[in-house]
Design a protein around this ligand. Structure first.
Ligand code: PLP
Length: 451
């Protein structure tokens, strides 16, 4: 009864993020009402294994008492403090210092946002300010990857390459450009790692030349593993090679770790795997394990110095800020979540469970619907095809993604079904071996049910 009235209220009032509005009204919302560990319960009482950690964010799992208690403590003590002017609060200061300890190299400076989209938007503003301050106002072109996702703010949605986020929105694309993704399963140059790396390097060089040379280009952005584009894992060495080329060309390399950060792929940040130091890094999601909204931009000391010195010379503050930047309660959640990943052993557990997850998904490559299984750590995908030999996708009219999602749900599993049917997995790092075994069993049953 309660659930029915909620569905009706939702239908009438709530605009959902990234939803087909009319189809959603017709279907009705699925209300999630509680969570514990890797499982959630819906309003109808069904228990589901959350194979997608909410929206690849509840990295620590649901109901973690140390995070809840840290939030409660902070709420008892101080509910809000501005970071404007010369004010601050203890938890955001401590969180910034902890992030500086964990991030690679001299990524020492942290600007807090409310999530990933405004972190990306903030990088655009900081980068413009930086090059203007350096007396290079011509460096204004930005390059990203096809199939990249960098949020849906009014400007940053141009760095997102997925057409869905452009159609009808008049996204400012004149200064936002793309090069092909390093997508081994469907790369026209084949699946050989060194060949893909060489092709990406060539593509970036040509794009920079086409835009008028490095003096016109500000930055290249990428996710170390592309998430919303379908969990595209580049060949080993790709991230390092692209980072090195950016340094050689004199353009900034921005790593978007909104999904890949906080143990999702194994280490605290995926960049660590290739031993690189990006010029800027964005993060959100796992930062607070999704318990409260928070994101961050980290920048190298040298970039911060240019911005700080230019503002000092101008006699004006750096005019970029949000009321809730560095919210003390979100910061308390962040500190507690990070403590669980590091000292609490969750990263280690995620690494162990991730090996079982990837091996189990690889074993599903024998299934007639699975073209490829891929992933790293607790971030993975199954690419669904209608023909394994030709790698043909299902016709969109089949709505294979929707069918897979609904069937998985009926089997007690939440997965992400991308538009083309690719199934995404990002379970909480707290999953045990038994949880992963159950996830794999329910995934195979879902695929079998669809045959
Ligand atoms: N960047 C990446 C790589 C993301 O995956 C996302 C969201 O999924 C964003 C940015 C945007 O983050 P948010 O949804 O918190 O605004």
């Amino acid at each position: 009864m309660l659930s029915n009235s909620l569905v009706e209220l939702d239908r009438q009032h709530l605009i959902h993020p990234v939803a087909p509005y009319r189809a959603h009204e017709a279907r009705g919302v699925t209300v999630i009402s509680s969570g514990e560990g890797a499982y959630v319960r819906d309003a109808a009482g069904n228990q589901l294994l959350d194979g997608f950690a909410g929206l690849w964010c509840v990295n620590a799992g649901y109901g973690q008492l140390t995070i809840i208690e840290a939030i409660n403590r902070q709420l008892q003590e101080l509910q809000y403090a501005t970071g404007y002017f010369h004010f601050g609060a203890e938890t955001p200061i401590r969180l910034a210092a902890r992030l500086a300890e964990l991030a690679p190299g001299d990524l020492n400076r942290v600007y807090f946002t409310l999530g990933g989209s405004d972190a990306i938007d903030s990088t655009i503003r900081f980068i413009r300010y930086y090059f203007n301050a350096l007396g290079k106002p011509e460096k204004k072109q930005f390059i990203t990857l096809e199939q990249g996702y960098h949020g849906s703010s009014s400007t940053g949605s141009g760095l997102t390459a997925l057409p869905l986020f452009h159609a009808g929105f008049d996204v400012p694309l004149a200064w936002q450009h793309r090069i092909p993704s390093p997508y081994p399963y469907r790369n026209p140059v084949g699946s050989d790692g060194p060949t893909i790396i060489a092709a990406s390097l060539e593509a970036l060089k040509s794009k920079v030349a086409e835009l008028g040379g490095p003096e016109k280009v500000a930055a290249f952005y990428c996710e170390p593993i592309q998430g919303s584009g379908g969990v595209i894992v580049p060949p080993d060495g790709w991230v390092r090679a692209m980072r090195d080329l950016c340094a050689e060309l004199g353009i900034l390399f921005v790593a978007d770790e909104v999904i890949t950060g906080f143990g999702r792929t194994g280490p605290i940040f995926a960049c660590e795997e290739e031993g690189i130091v990006p010029d800027m890094m964005t993060m959100a999601k796992g930062l607070t394990s999704g318990y409260l909204p928070m994101g961050a931009v980290m920048m190298r000391e040298s970039i911060y110095s240019v911005i700080a010195d230019a503002s000092a010379r101008s006699g004006m503050a750096v005019g970029h800020g949000f009321t809730y930047s560095g919210h003390p309660v979100s910061a308390a959640a962040g500190l507690a979540a990070i403590a669980l990943y590091t000292e609490g052993g969750l990263m280690e557990q995620g690494r162990r469970s991730g090996e079982t997850l990837i091996a189990g998904l690889k074993a599903l490559e024998d299934h007639p619907l699975v073209g490829e299984a891929r992933g790293r750590g607790m971030l993975a995908a199954l690419e669904i095809v209608s023909n394994k030999d030709t790698k043909a996708k299902f016709d969109p009219s089949v709505k294979v993604g929707e069918k897979l999602f609904e069937t998985a749900y009926a089997n007690g599993l939440i997965v992400r079904a991308f538009g083309d049917g690719t199934l995404g997995f990002a379970p909480p790092l707290c999953c045990s071996q038994d949880d992963i075994a159950l996830l794999l069993e329910r995934t195979r049953k879902t695929l079998d049910d669809l045959l």
